[in-house]
Design a protein around this ligand. Structure first.
Ligand code: SF4
Length: 423
């Protein structure tokens, strides 16, 4: 059997697609570690930042240097956005943002006949797998592509136009996944825009909530403008987790406008207040970019005010990274690296206090946790509100457990099994 090794860079969608490919390849090939000898080396590329691009190039160079006789396969966003890059000169198989359902077929043909294929037209690829191996929660890709063209983002160029999965096929796939996982995370590039004919995201969640074995449905993220009454109803009555990751990206209207984000800070805050009225135990987290071109000290101060007012459970804060090919990269008002770094540190400091207060408010309360890994006397996991919990017991992964929070310490919430293991 020929051997393959895989390196996956970038986002959850790449991770999902790589798992799908592994499942296909494992029928006829043997997987080895990336630093071992293989016949085929596969890189799932990413172009979301210049650093991600440079990592992609680095891995391709490494394969060519260390394994000159092996086949090299490069897949994904970087291929789609820069398929004329010199680095691809000696790559045997390039696949961009579509035809991912055919990669195994291409590899088979390539191994037999050195076939070279190149991606041309995007369509939604189902990439359904029998089991999302090695994960306590399963991921289901429901949507791909984006038509929003935020000023800092290369994704619309890399992954193409928005497209969604077939409603009924997704339900069938979720049923299969629920045989192995209690929780399914619905992923996509712009998940809130899921749309298949008359079926929208809320309807998909409603149908998935009817699957008996499934305990929790989670959204990888959703835009504030896409949260409507139907989605809130699914949190109240269906199985949609009481946690939403809503990327705000900037804390002032001026920067939101420069980023082409379609809302104001007031609209964002009003909306989360409305959601909290309906779902009092909801936790909301966000992504935030600091040091976007033109962000003055005053605009950054507004960002800090926003963070204090929003009271979010966590913030993924990124210093702005200039991305070639995007509108923002052409701006003359780039912010120096040391200022961007200092601003990201300030956000982390302010948010730390907020997160700690939220965590402390859970002491004595009960949460339901999906268990992940046991290590050093604790089983880690995440609650339905996506709180990181360390349970003082050894529990198999993938179980739903009721846990009472007893303390918060060293960046984690400590809990004990409160009563019965749910399942
Ligand atoms: S919504 Fe904006 S940030 Fe998100 S993928 Fe689309 S262009 Fe990028």
């Amino acid at each position: 059997m020929k051997k393959y090794a895989m390196m996956v860079l970038g986002c959850k969608v790449n991770d999902y697609e790589a798992h799908y490919l592994k499942e296909q390849l494992d029928k006829d090939y043997t997987e080895v570690k990336f630093n071992e000898e293989a016949d085929i080396y596969i890189v799932f590329s990413c172009c979301v930042t210049n650093i991600a691009e440079s990592k992609t190039r680095k891995f391709i160079h490494r394969i060519k240097k260390e394994h000159p006789n092996a086949y090299t396969v490069v897949i994904g966003c970087y291929v789609q956005s820069k398929h004329d890059d010199e680095v691809f000169k000696d790559v045997d198989l390039l696949v961009g943002s579509s035809h991912k359902d055919k990669i195994k077929e291409y590899i088979d043909k390539m191994v037999k006949a050195d076939l070279y294929e190149k991606d041309i037209t995007p369509k939604f690829e189902e990439l359904f797998m029998a089991d999302y191996k090695g994960k306590t929660r399963s991921f289901l890709k429901i949507q791909d592509g984006c038509d929003q063209y935020c000023a800092y983002c290369i994704i619309p160029y890399a992954r193409g136009h928005e497209r969604s999965g077939d409603f009924y096929k997704l339900i069938d796939q979720a049923k299969r996944l629920s045989e192995h996982s209690k929780e399914i995370v619905l992923t996509g590039i712009h998940t809130g825009r899921y749309h298949d004919g008359d079926h929208d995201l809320a309807e998909l969640i409603s149908e998935l909530s009817k699957i008996d074995d499934l305990e929790t449905i989670r959204l990888s993220s959703i835009e504030i403008t896409e949260i409507n009454d139907k989605i809130i109803k699914e949190m109240k009555e269906g199985k949609l987790a009481h946690h939403l990751h809503i990327p705000v990206q900037a804390g002032s209207d001026d920067i939101l406008k420069a980023m082409y984000r379609p809302y104001t800070i007031k609209e964002f805050l009003d909306k989360i207040e409305d959601i909290r009225k309906e779902i009092p135990d909801i936790l909301i987290s966000t992504d935030l970019i600091v040091g976007f071109p033109g962000e003055t000290d005053e605009l950054f101060a507004r960002t800090i005010d926003f963070i204090k007012e929003a009271n979010l459970s966590f913030i993924h804060c990124f210093p702005y990274a200039k991305k070639d090919g995007t509108k923002a990269s052409l701006s003359k008002d780039q912010i120096p690296g040391d200022i961007k770094k200092a601003r990201a540190q300030k956000v982390a400091e302010v948010q730390k206090d907020i997160t700690e207060k939220i965590w402390s408010s859970y002491i004595g309360k009960k949460v339901t946790v999906l268990t992940e890994v046991y290590k050093d006397g604790f089983t880690s996991g995440h609650s339905k509100e996506y709180l990181p919990i360390s349970i003082m017991a050894k529990i198999d992964s993938g179980k739903m457990v009721n846990v009472k929070i007893i303390n918060t310490k060293s960046g984690r919430m400590i809990g004990e099994v409160s009563e019965d293991v749910v399942e």
